[in-house]
Design a protein around this ligand. Structure first.
Ligand SMILES: C[S@@+](CC[C@H](N)C(=O)[O-])C[C@H]1O[C@@H](n2cnc3c(N)ncnc32)[C@H](O)[C@@H]1O
Length: 338
């Protein structure tokens, strides 16, 4: 697989996407047209030449993912160009969906030195990638971890939302939802048989409010609360949620132990920084009732680790979701507050 060796930042569409298209053409295969192996012979795999992929944290480090404890091995993968981008539904090159061609192999070593990321792995054949993917798609407990964050070439800082939140363009609101269709469908399926009458359902960064509105269309007697940093978003969202307020999630005015379900779709790469994500999460935890659920996912990688949630008194219920139409898996954490 082609590596990145640019010492200067690439233009996102003119240069980066061109290289991502090459990588896509190298890795893509139609999973439905090949057979999976019966099982993986890891001894034979270790006789293969170790593959190396290199990138810099100012390109697309957030595409590299790790899946631990797969048949006792650590699997490494990398997201390739999203089908949603190919369908011209999103502006970003990638989305949250992982498909079989994105599974690379068994991790040998990974390291980040200064701004350079290097991963070494024993490469899977396409049939072995399908085998691994099919196993994971049938097991909601596999944790998909994204170890590397994008940092601006010049400032070396992670991206964060503007102080006044995201601006809102009514003509472009569909675009905000396209990257989430599979996430919303999985949410609908996951909560289908749960009775949520009089339950408080909270989204501290609800943007247009359409996610909560769609959720309420399946659970008419729940009570939805949507907050957002952006006044523009809240001015729109207030017609789609039961209660709306423009505020920073870190200063959420909700009473402690008052929320039954909290949806987190903003503690994600390129929406807030990792440091801010943990600071906000520490504040929001106190809003949750005992036995309540925290649901964490997003268009870009979730910044808070499963281990941190578990260390802070949350029980992991599931870690990933699956979309049959796209034959894709994605981060989708559900935790129960103990
Ligand atoms: C929910 S996220 C991501 C939405 C969608 N999934 C996406 O990725 O296109 C975006 C929203 O988070 C809001 N936001 C960012 N930081 C926030 C903060 N600290 N407190 C509350 N809202 C915040 C932004 O204003 C924006 O409306």
């Amino acid at each position: 697989m082609k590596s990145f060796c640019n010492k200067k930042p690439y233009d996102y569409y003119e240069e980066l996407e061109k290289l991502e298209i090459d990588i896509y053409n190298q890795l893509y295969f139609d999973s439905s047209s090949i057979n999976s192996v019966e099982k993986i012979n890891y001894n034979t795999l270790k006789e293969k030449t170790i593959n190396v992929f290199e990138d810099y944290d100012y390109n697309q480090p957030q595409n590299i993912f790790i899946i631990k404890n797969f048949e006792g091995k650590i699997i490494v993968g990398r997201k390739i160009r999203s089908v949603l981008r190919i369908e011209n539904k999103i502006n970003a090159i990638n989305c949250s969906m992982i498909t079989a061609p994105m599974i690379l192999g068994v991790l040998v070593k990974r390291a980040k030195t200064n701004r350079k990321i290097r991963i070494e792995y024993y490469p899977f054949s396409d049939s072995e990638k399908k085998y691994v993917f099919d196993k994971i798609k049938n097991d909601r407990t596999f944790d998909i971890y994204y170890p590397y964050k994008y940092r601006d070439f010049y400032t070396e800082k992670e991206e964060n939302s503007p102080e006044t939140g995201w601006s809102f363009n009514p003509d472009k609101k569909e675009y905000l939802g396209y990257g989430e269709v599979h996430l919303r469908n999985f949410t609908t399926t996951y909560f289908k048989n749960k009775s949520l009458d009089n339950k408080i359902v909270y989204d501290p960064a609800c943007s247009t409010g359409e996610f909560l509105n769609e959720f309420k269309s399946y659970h008419k007697n729940c009570y939805t609360i949507g907050h957002d940093l952006s006044k523009e978003m809240i001015d729109y969202a207030k017609d789609y949620v039961d209660e709306a307020l423009c505020c920073n999630a870190i200063d959420s005015p909700l009473k402690d132990n008052s929320v039954d379900i909290m949806f987190l779709r903003f503690l994600n790469s390129e929406v807030v920084t990792t440091r801010l994500a943990y600071r906000i999460m520490k504040k929001l935890l106190s809003k949750m009732k005992k036995g309540s659920l925290i649901v964490c996912f997003g268009h870009t990688p979730v910044l808070i680790t499963k281990e941190w949630f578990e260390k802070n008194g949350l029980k992991s219920i599931i870690c990933n979701g699956y979309d049959e139409e796209r034959n894709a898996i994605f981060q989708y954490y559900v935790f129960e507050v103990q």
